[in-house]
Design a protein around this ligand. Structure first.
Ligand code: ADP
Ligand code: MG
Length: 243
């Protein structure tokens, strides 16, 4: 109804305002991540020489992921950098995330897919989208949870922020973990807000930034045994990195 709609709009505007303030912080942190990342990659390359061919699979993952992170960090540090729009297939993005997660944590939980195969391709940055969804799935793994569902759906005539879109892609990461801690609920997307001792609190902030660049938004609902983070993306044919 109308009241709910207005409340949602006000809430989203609030998210956008906060988000702009946080961008500067994220940019600073992106810069800090670059140096250790270079060291990590170099060390993996040295290590690779000492390993047998079958063991090199692991160092290759480190190097490939370091490279992906490097290009991501470059773009976070330089948000006006123009990049080439590419046709993105969301299910390729989700399958990439799935294989990364399985390589990272093994099969200690169930990762189920619930895809709508009719979803068309759209213009975007697949590396960034992998990163955004990966951050959501990692959080679900760490919740901790035993069942994670990756879901894709289409919404018609859907509003993101103030803009109404004909077609919106809805990508959900659902988990059966304990839920988002009460104390974090209002600040969850802020950088450096974390519920884990070893957390950086950057995952959701970066994911939200990536969503924004695609003209989209991440929202969530959470209660014990059912937490859903939803990435809304307009299905656009032209990609405008300024949002
Ligand atoms: N699926 C989830 N279930 C429960 N809590 C979550 C979930 N996703 C995020 N959170 C909470 O949000 C916090 C912030 O997440 P994030 O920005 O990715 O930083 P980090 O993972 O480094 O802590 C997490 O520490 C956790 O407390
Ligand atoms: Mg995280």
């Amino acid at each position: 109804n109308q009241v709910d709609r207005l409340r949602r709009l006000a809430h989203e505007e609030d998210l956008v305002d906060r988000h702009l303030a946080q961008k500067a912080v994220v940019r600073g942190l992106a810069h800090e991540i670059k140096n250790p990342l270079g060291g990590l990659r170099g060390a993996a390359q040295l290590l690779e020489r000492k390993l047998s061919e079958s063991e090199r699979e692991y160092t290759r993952i480190i190097i490939r992921e370091a490279d992906r992170l490097q290009s991501l960090v470059d773009r976070l540090a330089e948000p006006t950098h123009p990049y080439l729009p590419v046709q993105v297939n969301i299910h390729q993005v989700l399958e990439h995330v799935r294989s990364l997660i399985l390589a990272e944590v093994g099969e200690s939980f169930v990762l189920r897919r619930d895809y709508d195969p009719s979803i068309p391709e759209f213009a975007g940055d697949p590396d960034q989208l992998v990163q955004a969804v990966l951050n959501l799935v990692r959080n679900a793994v760490q919740a901790p949870s035993r069942l994670i569902v990756l879901r894709s759906r289409i919404e018609r005539q859907f509003t993101i922020g103030q803009r109404r879109h004909k077609l919106v892609l809805r990508t959900e990461v659902e988990d059966d973990g304990p839920g988002v801690p009460e104390a974090l609920r209002d600040t969850l997307f802020y950088p450096m807000v974390t519920g884990h001792a070893a957390g950086t609190g950057l995952g959701l902030s970066i994911a939200q930034d990536i969503a924004r660049r695609h003209g989209g938004l991440i929202e969530y609902t959470s209660r014990p045994a059912r937490t859903i983070f939803t990435l809304f993306l307009p299905l656009r044919h032209e990609y405008d990195p300024t949002g």
